[in-house]
Design a protein around this ligand. Structure first.
Ligand SMILES: [Zn+2]
Length: 262
């Protein structure tokens, strides 16, 4: 089911399942202890575990994405907005050209969330012959909520480190985890407005909370719940007949209104 590991003729068979997952991550600092590509590594592994339960094609993870907010730290590779949006659309067009009509963009990096919403808008009036589905980063938040002990999480934190400890123990440098709890350092309040430096002002070292509370056991439960929910989502997407019909319908109407104004 791994696109890069199977033959072209085998892919034709997999395309009958209709669904392809594109795992999306980032390259950026993840505290002192996690590898920079952990977001894409985790989404890729989770997608492969789900594919064992419910057949889908899985593309190689996309590491080159949107992480402008980490450019103050070593290791960030952030692709310019227009270029990345165009690339993602191009990538989805190519996946669809190979017969997949349903594409799940499985994102593991918070900085990509807004961009993926823009992508959904960008393609919606183009009458594409495929549907995009964008799940939230954590598919079983209530399971995580019960397991986690720290109040602040979000990056290289107890939760993300637990995922990493279970899936990639060899890449975690737990002896480098800070000996203190990292709370938000934001020293201004302009709420409910947001600003472009909120993340930097809150977590200048790209570390949130306390990864000392992370464990393999918590990671196992979190990953299992994540995989289970992803399997459910894949099945739901396979059953879905409405989204693609609406995509086409909307595309035709948008085109018709365009020709009226010409
Ligand atoms: Zn991350």
């Amino acid at each position: 089911m791994q696109w890069e590991k199977i033959t072209a003729n085998d892919l034709v068979q997999v395309a009958k399942e209709e669904v392809c997952i594109i795992p999306i991550g980032s390259l950026e600092k993840h505290g002192e202890h996690l590898p920079m590509g952990i977001d894409g590594l985790v989404t890729h592994k989770v997608a492969l575990l789900a594919a064992k339960e419910e057949p889908v094609a899985v593309l190689p993870p996309l590491f080159y994405t949107y992480t402008k907010e980490m450019k103050n730290l070593p290791g960030a590779i952030s692709i310019e907005t227009g270029l990345l949006l165009g690339f993602l659309e191009n990538l989805c067009d190519e996946v669809a050209r190979n017969g997949f009509r349903k594409i799940i963009l499985l994102n593991g990096h918070g900085g990509n969330n807004a961009l993926l919403k823009v992508l959904l808008q960008q393609v919606c009036d183009k009458g594409k012959n495929y549907a995009l589905y964008v799940p939230p980063i954590y598919l079983a938040p209530e399971v995580i909520g019960k397991l986690k002990e720290t109040s602040e999480t979000g990056h290289a934190c107890e939760v993300e480190t637990s995922f990493a400890l279970y899936l990639y123990p060899e890449l975690c440098k737990m002896d480098r985890v800070p000996e203190e709890f990292y709370t938000s350092r934001k020293d201004y309040d302009v709420s409910p407005a947001v600003t472009s430096v909120d993340w930097y002002a809150s977590y200048p070292d790209a570390y949130v909370g306390d990864a000392r509370k992370a464990s393999v056991e918590k990671g196992k439960k979190m990953v299992e719940a994540q995989v289970e929910r992803l399997v459910e989502l894949i099945r739901k997407v396979k059953r879905d007949k409405r989204v693609l019909a609406k995509v086409k319908e909307f595309g035709e109407k948008a085109k018709a209104s365009q020709s009226l104004s010409d």
